[in-house]
Design a protein. Sequence first.
Lengths: 388, 306, 317
Amino acid sequence: MRKKVIALVVLALVAGGASAADRIKVGFVSTLSGPQGAPGIDARDGFLLAVKLAGGKLGDLPAEVLVTDDQFNPEAGKQAVDRYVKRDRVDFVTGIIYSNVLLAAAPSAFEAKVPYVSSNAGPSQIAGSGCNAYFVSAAWQNDGYHEASGQYATSKGFKSVYLLAPNYPAGKDALAGFKRFYTGKVADEVYPRLGQLDFAAELAQVRAAKPEAVYAFMPGGMGINFVKQYVAAGLSKDVQLILPGFSADEDTIKAVGEPMLGLFNPAHWAPDFDNAESKRFVAAFEKEYGRIPSIYAAQGYDAALMIDGAIRAVKGRVEDRDAAMRALKGGKPRSVRGDYKINNNGFPIQSYYLRVIGKDGQGRLINKTIGTVFANHADAYAKECKLK
Amino acid sequence: MSGILILEQTLNGLQFGLMLFLLAAGLTLVFGIMDMINLAHGSLYMVGAYLMATFVQATGSFVLALALAVAGTAVIGMLLEVSLFRRLYQRDHLTQVLATFAVILIANELVRLVFGSQPVLLNTPAALSGPVDLLPGLAYSSYRLLIIAVGLAVALLLYLLVAKTRTGMLVRAGASNREMATAMGVNIRTLFTFVFGVGAGLCAIAGAMLGPILAVQVGMGESILILAFVVIVIGGIGSIRGALVGALLVGIVDTIGRAFLPALFREFLPPAYASNLGPAVASILIYVLMAAVLFWKPQGLFPARG
Amino acid sequence: MSAVRKLTLAGAAALVAAPLLLHVLEQDFYVGLASRIMIYAIAATSLNLILGYGGMVSFGHAAFLGAGAYTVGILMAEGVTSAWIAWPAAVGIAALFALVIGAISLRTRGVYFIMITLAFAQMMYYIFVSLKAYGGEDGLNLATRSGVGFGLDLKDDLTFYYLVLAALLATLYGMHRLVHARFGRVIEAIRENETRMEAVGFPTYRYKLVCFVIAGAVCGLAGALLANQANFVSPRLLDWIQSGSLMIMVILGGIGYLYGGVIGAFALLALEEALSAYTIYWQLPVGIVLLAAVLLAPRGLAGIFGRSVPAREAANG
């Protein structure tokens, strides 16, 4: 009898070491505190919701999601990713919202050959010649929304637009993207400090320049303060404000309120999308968290779905990182946005839609889709990427 | 460069400077009279903002909430003084720096425990969310005008308090020569607690007024604290007049620098660089200003002592 | 052998053996953490020299940490990866900054000295923030670690650990010699009573400046090592909170004690690491510990356990 038990124990130990992973570990690092924290919290909530709806699993294997706050600090983000890949030995890293944190932290994942699935940030540095085989995005490349905004501004015939974006990689991408598709005159191009919250000086400059419209990319808390101060300074009466989806989504809408009615903004998804996955997501999110999901939540959810699909494709053998990457980039991931596929540089090829802020049946402010700006749009940097 | 632009930027600088003054006034008094470096002054500013947000939610009235927040912060400040800071007056500056640094850490985490890591929503009162037409072509935020008005009113009140009342006289005596004041029979302990409470109240006004413009978040005191120290060094430790002059100087230099230096640099450099250099140089300007003042007038512009 | 000597040898032995043990237990991540702690120990020791022994309360010491780190980072971004060039450059640049900052600041006393060192550190912070070509506020990733040659690869955490350990031991030895030499005694005497030393004929300003520069240079070395350890530099290395952390390490460990910096760095960073595993509010217990230390144990942990040098008295700033 004792010999049988020993044999079984030995077998279990050996088997435990040799089999495919029996649980999935995901390292989720994002900005969860401070004024820039709302998008990160949404992304985390969306991701965890997906795991919950799948019964606590990803790809049919029990999933453990480790969550860390990067406090909007690139160094802390890098340390978090270092811990994930070196100490916790995660299978996937995801979650970062801000491009500056991503550029500092992702290389740690790349070096350890751990797949990074972006649920938000998509800086141009990683899209072109700096592309990496261990990167894939379930969201978009940074320029996408801004290119759509530029296209929209052109189509509305604005003759001069004043541009504002924070002074960090995503801000630079934003205005570069806008200018790529906007054919009118740029009244001025101003880059306030990332994290700045008082725009009195910048708004005075806007007033003095007398443009027809203002295009401002202000993520997170910056956006809330910017829109409020824009209205308070009386600019909303004379100068049209154009925003990308980032600055006109649920987190900003909730904080600013009525002044946001009627604002047009492009994005890749809106809560009123008609496909089954989106409807399921919106209903489940509202039930679980009591609020309308933002694009950030949708992206967190989609990142989980992408990881889930990839694990299924490799039948749970995620230790083969290269196979896992191929599975992440190949095929058509399930998503709330409908169908999309991944380009050679790891970024999605997808459509961008025009949305407007209106009210839903319950009188809540919500984004509504009113048209398509780009269909099956690829980013401008993919051809510079040497990956296949 | 239009006159309207200059006027608007000057108003912005004035607004920022007056709020800095509120912080600097309390700081300079504590430093001047009790000879204590208080890094936790910024934490009182943060507490003031959080209390304001809480009371606005609870009472719905901006004015009532402001009064409650100021009172609450003053009480907290006085409690801190009696329990902890009193022990630090006799210690050396290094000990004071480290002890008050510790208070910052503790205060930040306590606030985070109570209120969470997300910034708390604090909105401008509905009546003041829109602009006021100051001049044709210049519609200025009415709320910012309120800030300027409040700042000037408080400055006036402080002046009256310090220059025209008996308590103020005691405060001035304590600032210029503490030992002599004690020898003359002034109840130093009560005076100190009172001064600390007033300083805390001033912080609360600044925090409450700036909350709607910035964000009521953990750690909001740290960035403004450094500026407040620069102000009091420039103005002269212990002098409220110095704090006012220093604060307005710093406020205007910072705002004008941020506003016009990028435009100036834009003549020579691409936009992204100009937007870098402008704020960077503007920030450094303030420290250069401080170093210059220290070089020529080592005790600051209006030293309280001798 | 005295108790202190025995403890020193025991400590050194433990530090030498630790990473091998961690490697066997497959906790290699902690080897990296230990390297980081030792680097901060070097920085804190350098601050202890001017703060503890010299009585100069510099609130801008992190500027030298940043100067050293950025020298390595910028050189690497420009393609220079050899440690033999980058590290001496880091030390040199940090010493240069210390010379300039010290020359101006040491003309002031008391609280003004504190404020002006703080101001200089802030200035440098904003300068590095404006260096967009080298990452600016977002920081700069280092492609690899410095190359030392001799077939040693610093990318191996174990190798790097031993190099840092060697640097730490060298720093401590150097400090020991310095403090017990005439220079050290003069510095301490200046701390006790500068007027008297001036009256006796010592050029106190010059002594203080030399001390300041040495401390800055050593801190620059720590910065170079830190850039390698993190593979990342950012202006946050220079901000006043970082300077404050270094001061906390010195006071926790024991001002004016030879091992004050080392003990303080270990105590603070180990405490942070351990606490942050349990709660996100770890700064609260750290703050309480610091407050208690400042109020109740002004001589720090070293003061409680041992004696190396007579405790410093309350100096005026």
